[in-house]
Design a protein around this ligand. Structure first.
Ligand code: 6CS
Ligand code: FE
Length: 293
């Protein structure tokens, strides 16, 4: 068993030359008495499937303000050479802008939205902080795919996230349709941890955020997961939201339609699950990808 300093690695990945399917060793919904917008059924559904889709979640006025800011941010980011601005792998199109909860007033306010915060605490059962935020623009015609992966596998290996007590909120800022590359999830896959093969390269994030190669499960494991419970694609209008568990297997296809699929992603981590040293043994990733302070 690998350890880094004091913390045991209960989910070893990218250490063996064969993939492995391990059982999850953490709760999905953490017992708590936080009040919020999620019903008992919502929470039971999230526990079983690993995700919860709500359409709508935000009001039309809130959506209008977010869309205005989205276009402003995209215009500002084009041609901007800064680490937080990630380009598509085969063009100069903007793929993502990271750390919007830190650098942008409108998206900072969104991360503190009372209804959003309340829902997240009903699931994680504690106070929370933002581990990572980004806007994925997935532009029309050129928005490329996101390979299948578990976020937790990356956050554990490359950021040192100890346990599965985090979640992502994907907030639709443009209408997500079945055909413009919406999020695809494998319901129930969050209950298994797919240990991947390969060794994480130094500064892997300089490529992985454009096209992920490490931490992408093998086809046999993916086929096994899909056989268990199929594929769902919670595609909703602008203002809808998908809460998804840190370990659910997910991905999205390229967008060859004229309709951008732009979403805001906020990753909330429990204050009881703060990052330790990366289990890869490599230096930690920069703060704009993983909050460490
Ligand atoms: O490396 C990461 O942290 C990012 N990669 C993906 C594809 N999803 C999670 C996260 O945004
Ligand atoms: Fe992801």
């Amino acid at each position: 068993m690998q350890t880094n300093n004091a913390v045991k690695d209960v989910y070893p990945s990218r250490v063996a030359d064969q993939p492995q399917i391990l059982k999850r060793q953490d709760p999905v919904v953490y017992p708590n008495d936080y009040d919020g917008p999620l019903s008992k059924d919502d929470l039971n559904g999230y526990e079983k499937d690993g995700y919860l889709f709500m359409d709508p979640f935000f009001t039309p006025d809130e959506v209008a303000e977010l869309q205005k800011e989205l276009h402003k941010l995209l215009t500002e980011s084009r041609g901007l050479k800064k680490p937080e601005v990630i380009l598509e792998p085969e063009s100069e199109e903007v793929r993502s802008v990271f750390a919007v909860h830190r650098d942008n007033e409108v998206f900072k306010a969104l991360s503190n939205h009372p209804k959003l915060q309340a829902a997240v605490k009903q699931i994680l059962g504690s106070e929370v902080y933002i581990h990572q935020s980004r806007i994925n623009f997935k532009p029309g015609f050129r928005g490329k795919e996101f390979q299948w992966h578990s976020d937790f596998e990356t956050w554990h290996v490359e950021d040192g996230m100890p346990r599965m007590r985090a979640l992502s909120c994907s907030i639709a800022l443009s209408d997500n349709y079945p055909f413009n590359g919406p999020l695809m999830v494998i319901p129930g896959s969050h209950k298994h941890f797919i240990a991947c093969v390969g060794r994480t390269p130094d500064k892997n994030y300089e490529n992985s955020l454009r096209r992920q190669e490490y931490g992408v499960p093998d086809q046999e494991s993916l086929t096994w997961l899909v056989k268990e419970s199929g594929i769902e694609q919670p595609a909703g209008k602008a203002g809808s939201i998908v809460f998804f568990d840190c370990n659910i297997m997910h991905g999205s296809n390229s967008n060859i339609t004229p309709y951008p699929r732009s979403n805001a992603f906020y990753v909330f981590n429990s204050v009881e699950n703060k990052l330790t040293e990366p289990f890869s043994g490599l230096p930690p990733r920069p703060a704009y990808i993983a909050t460490r302070d």
